[in-house]
Design a protein around this ligand. Structure first.
Ligand code: AMP
Length: 150
């Protein structure tokens, strides 16, 4: 089973972030620009102080009739951030997301933010791995290889 570090090696370790005092509008603008659904929230000294996702915007701004330009990220972000380490397996990350009902996990190595993975990244990695196993099995059945792992 692939590890989170293998997944990051392929997709890159970019992490898009905002500050707690930024407006929610600025956060949504950055999500749209970068094509992501969540941003880490970093304090001025670079500490991870929260995470904000499109779901926070939908539930805590739109549904509350608030204005995204007059609402600060700190007002709607989730402060207790669930994260994973690069040495963990892809299926452990999937289990964590499912149990906590979240779709994004910052990756932290040696107390340093070193990537961000989404549910979509995990699904893609699992499908790629399964396709590889199917391909190996087909070759094995046809007598082209010695089997899985060869
Ligand atoms: P999501 O499903 O990732 O869009 O997020 C759903 C809710 O969980 C939102 O309130 C997010 O702020 C929160 N959330 C998302 N990812 C995390 C995370 N890694 N740790 C803590 N909360 C999170």
């Amino acid at each position: 089973m692939s590890k989170i570090k293998d997944l990051l090696a392929k997709k890159g370790s970019d992490v898009w972030s905002v500050g707690p005092a930024h407006s929610v509008y600025q956060a949504i603008e950055m999500m749209a620009l970068k094509g992501v659904g969540a941003l880490t929230v970093l304090s001025d000294d670079g500490q991870l102080v929260g995470i904000i996702s499109e779901r926070d915007y939908a539930r805590n701004v739109i549904l509350q009739g608030k204005s995204s330009k007059d609402t600060q990220v700190s007002e709607i972000m989730t402060r207790n951030v669930v994260y994973i380490e690069p040495t963990h397996a892809v299926d452990e990350a999937m289990a964590l997301m499912t149990a906590r009902r979240i779709r994004h996990l910052p990756v932290i190595a040696d107390e340093k933010l070193s990537g961000m993975i989404s549910m979509g990244d995990l699904v893609k990695s699992i499908i790629d791995e399964q396709s590889h196993v199917i391909d190996q099995l087909e070759r094995y059945i046809k007598g082209e290889t010695a089997g899985i792992g060869s």
